[in-house]
Design a binder for this molecule. Structure first.
Ligand code: GRF
Length: 315
């Protein structure tokens, strides 16, 4: 079971949602520890009420180093696997973020890259956009700038106030955050590998992959998709196609892997049940293609978790 630490500075409604999910609705993880830089944060109280260890670590003026040292030692001791920032109103240091690369995520109440930083709802109103929402993303050295995991949109209404918009975004956050954690637990959410990581995983050809992604202007979601496809092809015992996967080539086996990935991701992240139902039920054509390519079992294995999820879905 994976062990999650949640950092929160405020009321902790996101924490509450996550406490409801892990391990009760998804036993692959538990919330092990809640840390706050505010002694009176209601998030700490929510943790205590759920029987979860709740720790206040003061963040004194210029006290980031002390805070992070204490948090790190506690998290090491509790063998934390994932750090979830949920309304944690402090900026972490580069070494802290680097240490947790790929294992630290944040939620922000805007559709990033729009409106990072403070008062994102007011920023959205000032910009006159017609929709906003929330983004779950990996944390890196750029404020609200790490690779995205998923977004949920909500409408911005005429005469909206920042508070009204925040209240409309909040339920979207409560949908998005558990989904993002579950994608992470399934190995489907990760930061795009950098040159070193990609070379280690796929070999020296990865440098060219990065160049071609750049040249084609692939966004983060497309790059993550390409990596998931390449990983699928590895598990399908098609090592010769791994780079074709990274390049999202038109090869029929690569195309099948892409469809499998689209299906499982879409199924996990779509909200309306009817959309999920449609997506799942439309997979017959893909199954036929998989069978024709001698990949029926591989294809079904790739969708195993999605199938379990489907079985648990009630209408
Ligand atoms: C959320 O809107 C989150 O996106 C932002 O801070 C708020 C935290 O809310 N970063 P809560 O403490 O989870 O209720």
């Amino acid at each position: 079971m994976k062990r999650i630490a949640v950092f929160a500075s405020g009321s902790g409604t996101n924490l509450q949602t996550l406490l409801g999910w892990f391990p009760h609705k998804d036993p692959r993880a538990e919330i092990t520890l809640v840390i706050s830089n505010k002694q009176d944060a209601y998030a700490l109280e929510r943790a205590r009420q759920a029987g979860v260890e709740a720790v206040y670590i003061p963040w004194k003026k210029n006290g980031r180093e002390d805070f992070e040292r204490q948090a790190q030692s506690l998290m090491q001791d509790r063998q934390i696997d994932l750090v979830v920032l949920a309304g944690f109103m402090r900026i972490s240091s580069d070494p802290f973020v680097e240490f947790w690369r790929g294992r630290i995520i944040n939620i922000h109440p805007s559709l990033l890259p729009d409106f990072p930083g403070l008062h994102p709802q007011q920023q959205a109103l000032d910009a006159g956009v017609t929709q906003s929402g929330c983004t779950v993303h990996f944390v890196d050295a750029v404020l609200d700038g790490g690779d995205m995991i998923l977004q949920k949109a909500v409408p911005v209404l005429e005469d909206d106030t920042a508070d009204a918009l925040a209240a409309r975004i909040q339920p979207a956050e409560h949908e998005a955050y558990p989904q993002a954690v579950r994608l992470w637990l399934s190995g489907l959410a990760f930061p795009v590998p950098n040159l070193e990581e990609g070379t280690q995983e796929f070999g020296p050809g990865f440098a060219d992959v990065l160049k071609s992604w750049e040249a084609q202007g692939l966004d983060v979601a497309q790059r993550q998709h390409a990596v998931r496809v390449a990983r699928l092809l590895k598990t399908w015992d098609k090592p010769e196609l791994v780079f074709a996967g990274l390049h999202l080539s038109a090869d029929p086996v690569v195309a099948l892997a892409r469809s499998a990935d689209d299906l499982r991701l879409g199924f996990m992240t779509l909200e309306p049940l009817q959309d999920r139902k449609n997506r799942w039920e439309a997979r017959g054509r893909l199954l036929e293609r998989a069978e024709a390519l001698g990949l029926k079992e591989a294809f079904e294995a790739a969708l195993h978790e999605t199938a379990l999820e489907w079985d648990r879905t009630t209408f």
